[in-house]
Design a protein around this ligand. Structure first.
Ligand code: FAD
Ligand code: NAI
Length: 463
């Protein structure tokens, strides 16, 4: 006997579980199908474990680098128990994933564990069970891209999942790919005492993703952490060597070798659109494997919706959740479309990088003349007392109206500060709106106000 639902969501990541809860809140009979873990990549092998490791490594780094300046004497070197660190990290993930289980239960969403496959546009198989529904939402996420010759065995060649699960100290790590994941994992590994080398194919780290002036600040700190960054470099092959592995790399056309204990490959992710017979039921997929949708998250098959990493860039958890809410509301008959003005992005490096809206170049193209200015964290009392003075807040506004078009932050708590900028852009705020809003003292948030003042030409705390 087939089980029948109003809506079945496939995949319980931040796209899928949020969609299922919202659909249930709107009175739908909902099931969510998940083959591996509630909370998806994000809660189990992505955002949450990586941020847990970053936070842990930051405590260690600060105790080693800030304590003595503040007059705290440590009795000796701090030893890291990597097994215990992993157990703690897993506890954080389990807590979050367990919370999702409770939320789904509390909202009366039926959870079906197993791999879903479409039989028809109204029917899926999960093992021997058949689930029928009026509407389906595909939220099956993405997986790491593999490069030929560097297949993941999670022993020698690690994906992000293996990189986050090391329960012994690594002497050295070769990271292929200087994007989001390579830099986040590379940074916390370096703080835990690993000698890290980043091999990046492009001419810059985070190439084409963030403004150059932010990359410069990041690169200076990476150098301080002992991270070796090799640009214009393509990994070719590797072999076992006396001290671990020897990686052969083409750097600016010349062959060089780099030694390391393990290799972490972080060269992007690809959508999981090839594993559940989407093509068989007529869902259109582009040449890179992304499912095509309209602004209501509907595919070309009217009762099948898709959200999250599977529909394309940016592959970010908050984008997936936002799309999940839209899909649920559209299915429930609401008039919703994806109309966000900006999707913020954060890279949890040291310092953190966060941005939303336009780059300077994009704003110039659209508005001709623009106002651009920065306020440095070095002039902010809170940042100085935290000993985290690298970086700045930068605003980009059009010259005529002073409307804020882009905000780029590189510095402490950039990940939290950016939300004010997102609200400003969504509200169509002008520089004056932020500059005239009283920000509490002493906080990092004051940099947002002072950067707006600086862009208007009258910041108090910079000359
Ligand atoms: P996923 O989270 O990938 O969930 C999809 C789910 O579908 C999975 O649980 C999978 O098991 C399940 N599934 C797949 N196929 C089937 C099937 N046929 N049947 C049943 N179930 C199926 N983003 C951020 O915004 N901030 C961060 O700090 C951040 N850090 C990250 C760190 C790392 C190391 C990684 C790898 C990613 C990170 N991301 C981050 C990206 C973020 O994890 C993804 O954008 C997000 O998880 C996408 O959500 P989703 O719901 O589309 O898919
Ligand atoms: P990425 O796209 O961020 O970076 C991949 C990098 O690898 C690029 O700089 C690229 O030039 C380089 N590269 C590609 N092929 C290469 C090769 N053969 N040799 C050397 N370098 C090569 O991909 P990444 O880091 O795997 O992350 C995937 C996605 O996951 C991100 O794009 C992001 O959407 C998401 N993510 C988000 C995080 C956050 O929000 N903080 C954290 C981690 C991941």
């Amino acid at each position: 006997m087939a089980k029948e639902f109003d809506t079945v969501v496939i995949g319980a990541g931040p796209g899928g579980y949020v969609c299922a809860i919202r659909a249930a809140q709107l009175g739908q009979k909902v099931a969510v199908v998940e083959r591996e873990y509630l909370g998806g990549v994000c809660l189990n092998v992505g955002c949450i474990p990586s941020k847990a490791m970053i936070n842990a490594a930051n405590y260690l780094y600060k105790s080693q680098n800030a304590f003595s300046n503040m007059g705290f004497q440590l009795p000796g070197n701090i030893e890291v128990d990597h097994k215990k660190l992993q157990t703690w990290k897993q506890g954080v993930c389990d807590k979050m994933s367990g919370g999702v289980k409770q939320l789904l239960k509390g909202n009366k969403v039926e959870v079906v564990m197993g791999e879903a496959n479409f039989v028809s546009k109204n029917e899926i198989k999960v093992g021997s069970d058949t689930l029928k529904a009026k509407n389906f939402v595909v939220a099956t996420g993405s997986r790491p891209i593999e490069i030929p010759g560097f297949e993941y065995d999670e022993q020698t060649v690690l994906s992000s999942t293996g990189g986050l699960a090391q329960d012994k100290s690594l002497k050295s790590l070769l990271v292929i790919g200087g994007g989001y994941i390579g830099l986040e994992i590379g940074t916390f590994m370096a703080k835990l005492g690993t000698k890290v080398t980043v091999i990046e194919a492009g001419p810059s780290l985070l190439s084409g993703v963030v403004e150059k002036d932010m990359v410069q600040v990041l690169q200076r700190k990476l150098k301080k952490l002992g991270v070796n960054v090799v640009l214009n470099a393509k990994a070719k092959s590797f072999k076992k060597a006396q001290m671990g592995l020897s990686l052969s790399v083409e750097v600016n056309g010349k062959e060089e070798t780099f030694d390391g204990e393990k290799i972490l490959v972080t060269v992007g992710r690809k959508p999981n659109s090839d594993q559940l017979n989407l093509k068989g039921v007529g869902v259109a997929i582009d040449e890179r494997g992304f499912v095509k949708t309209d602004a209501q998250m509907r595919t070309n098959v009217p009762n099948i919706f898709a959200i999250g990493d599977i529909i394309g860039q940016p592959m970010l958890a908050h984008k997936a959740s936002h799309e999940g809410i839209i899909a649920a509301e559209v299915i429930a008959g609401h008039n919703r479309v994806f109309d966000a003005k900006t999707i913020p992005a954060v890279i949890f490096t040291d310092p953190e990088i966060a941005y939303c809206g336009m780059t300077e170049e994009e704003a110039k193209k659209e508005f001709g003349e623009v106002l651009v200015s920065k306020f440095p964290f070095g002039a902010n009392g809170k940042a100085v007392s935290m000993m985290e003075t690298d970086g700045f807040v930068k605003y980009i506004a059009d010259k005529k109206e002073h409307v804020i078009r882009g905000v780029h932050i590189c510095g402490p708590q950039a990940s939290n500060l950016i939300s004010e900028a997102v609200l400003a852009i969504e509200m169509g705020a002008r520089l004056e709106d932020v500059a005239l809003s009283i920000h509490p003292h002493p906080t990092l948030g004051e940099t947002m106000m002072e950067a707006a003042e600086a862009t208007l030409g009258h910041a108090i705390h910079v000359l």
